[in-house]
Design a protein around this ligand. Structure first.
Ligand SMILES: O=C(O)C1=N[C@H](C(=O)O)C[C@H](O)C1
Length: 291
């Protein structure tokens, strides 16, 4: 299982490939996984936002995890499973099931939709962490509808069993507050802010765009890790056009289109209410591919 020291480097949140009829496409998944595992990544995240967790059943998550383990026998690449929901009891149950599937850690998103109080959110994480599988808390207010204060985040990160934070808060405000003092690792979860967050003390990232330019993201991380922030910035700037395109419409639809276009997965199918990308974005991605 993961501990704090392991949250360093590039973690790739995987897409969940679907067939045109919406069923799980495990053949594509295995092909795509083979491509990702050619790179020196620090871990995989299954059933994250990029994995379309709101529309993926637990049985499907289990199939993905089993396929992942089968694809990398003897590999030590950590597998992190998204188990967060907006219901504490079901989050706890999913975290227990993830432990039985062999998760190295779980990604638990701030409970969305209900807009709970900060105290309720802390209690949600306390219960998830008590399961005994290491928890990475996931702050993404643009999707959850509730924003953690720096004090709440600190209290969550201080819980036993919470090993770090994935920060998709949308600015460097939170990480700057957290890293003023000693704190557990913060992973960037906002691709466009990767360099800025490394400079503010992030220990790596869980980045959808790293599905595509994996080595380039690893390079940015390594340069920053050696305090070569100017070189890291130059390398990161090269990634900006891709990042802008991948987030022009809701992630992961653009990413799935690109992976399908590269034949890593067979189809760009997303499950409703996610919709396929527009014709205009396809043209722009095609231009990027040819650039
Ligand atoms: O699935 C993830 O983990 C990520 N989700 C974020 C989002 O889609 O909002 C983006 C980030 O790159 C990784």
């Amino acid at each position: 299982m993961l501990n704090e020291e392991d949250l360093k480097g590039i973690f790739v949140p995987v897409v969940t490939p679907f067939l045109p009829n919406g069923g799980l496409d495990l053949a594509s998944y295995q092909n795509y996984l083979g491509k990702l595992l050619e790179h020196n990544i620090q871990g995989l995240v299954i059933n994250g936002t990029t994995g379309e967790s709101p529309t993926v059943s637990w049985e499907e998550v289990a199939s993905l995890v089993k396929a992942t383990k089968k694809s990398m026998p003897g590999s030590s690449i950590p597998v992190i499973i998204g188990t967060g929901t907006n219901d504490t009891a079901s989050t706890v149950k999913r975290t227990e099931m993830a432990g039985r599937l062999g998760a190295d850690a779980v990604l638990v998103v701030v409970p969305y939709y209900s807009r709970p109080s900060q105290e309720g959110i802390i209690e949600h994480f306390r219960r998830a962490a008590q399961v005994g599988v290491p928890v990475i808390a996931y702050e993404i207010p643009s999707r959850t509808g509730v924003r953690l204060t720096a004090d709440t985040t600190r209290r969550i990160m201080e819980l036993d069993g919470v090993i770090g934070l994935k920060d998709s808060s949308g600015s460097i405000g939170l990480i700057s507050e957290l890293t003023r003092f000693d704190c557990k690792p913060v992973l960037c979860g906002e691709d466009i802010l990767f360099h800025a967050m490394l400079a503010a003390g992030a220990s790596g990232g869980i980045l959808a765009a790293a599905n595509v330019e994996t080595d380039a993201f690893i390079n940015v991380f390594r340069l920053a890790d050696k305090d070569r922030f100017v070189d890291a910035k130059k390398a990161f700037d090269q990634l900006l056009p891709l990042i802008q395109l991948l987030f022009q419409e809701s992630n992961p639809a653009p990413l799935k289109w690109l992976l399908a276009r590269k034949n890593w997965i067979a189809h760009d199918t997303v499950r409703l209410p996610m919709a396929p990308i527009t014709y205009e974005l396809k043209l722009s991605l095609e231009r990027w591919l040819n650039s």
